[in-house]
Design a protein around this ligand. Structure first.
Ligand SMILES: [Fe+2]
Ligand SMILES: [Fe+2]
Length: 235
């Protein structure tokens, strides 16, 4: 199976539909399944989800997606998710999974938290503990979704990065807000074959978890710098 992946579409309004339709049509032409790794909308407004859905309707391939932080900005992420699902998008939220053509897909938005020895620890104030808990819960959900798949290949989608490598070219001050190595552990323990993420617009295109799972940052600005509108891979 061939998949095309991209992220950070940041759909703005109906006038944006042509740009989105072209992006998605190109991605679908190259693959059997299209993967969208979050920040589907610019501010998480239902009208922006409708604009994206209009573009999805022209796509002749299954679309699997996770939400990003921007999709939560408007305070109506459940409505955004409902709209996308109503149009047939396989939206994998907080550890959802779907099997298509014998390949398993598991997804979670993920969350911030940082990497390795410099990861934020649950210590001190309740607000900080809540921040870390969100990171842990998202990683646990991804791990469980991957473990629940019995397929030969397990493809993981997140919005936040599971590895430092793909955010290393971003300002060091924001690394902790771009992902969490807890997600990387989840990929290793859940037996992921390959993982895709977005969010790090100024990040690097590829990395690997400690366990050797290949990780691709498919944020559109990163892809555009490589002269691409999506990344197509065999899984
Ligand atoms: Fe983004
Ligand atoms: Fe983002």
């Amino acid at each position: 199976m061939r998949v095309s992946a991209l992220a950070d579409l940041h759909a703005r309004d109906r006038d944006d539909a042509k740009r989105l339709a072209d992006l998605l049509a190109d991605a679908a032409r190259d693959a059997d399944v299209v993967l969208l790794c979050g920040d589907l909308t610019d501010h998480g407004r239902p009208a922006q989800a409708e604009a994206l859905l209009e573009a999805v309707h022209g796509v002749d391939a299954p679309v699997v997606a996770v939400l990003g932080n921007h999709d939560h900005e408007g305070g109506c992420a459940p409505e955004v998710a409902r709209i996308l699902r109503s149009g047939g998008v396989h939206l994998l939220d907080r550890g959802g999974a779907v099997e298509i053509g014998g390949v398993g897909f598991a997804g979670a938005k993920g969350f911030a938290g940082g990497f390795g020895r410099n990861a934020v620890r649950a210590f001190g104030e309740d607000a900080l503990k809540a921040f870390v808990t969100e990171s842990v819960v998202e990683a646990q959900a991804l791990r469980a979704a991957l473990k629940g798949l019995g397929t030969r290949a397990k493809v993981a989608l997140t919005h936040y990065s599971p590895v430092l490598e793909t955010v290393a070219t971003e300002p060091v001050e924001i690394h902790s807000f771009l992902g969490s190595s807890r997600l990387g552990q989840a990929l290793d323990e859940g037996g992921a074959t390959v993982a895709f993420h977005g969010h790090a617009h100024h990040g690097a295109p590829e990395g690997r978890t400690d366990g050797g799972v290949p990780v691709y940052n498919v944020s559109l600005p990163v892809l555009h710098r490589l002269g691409r509108g999506h990344l197509a891979l065999d899984v």
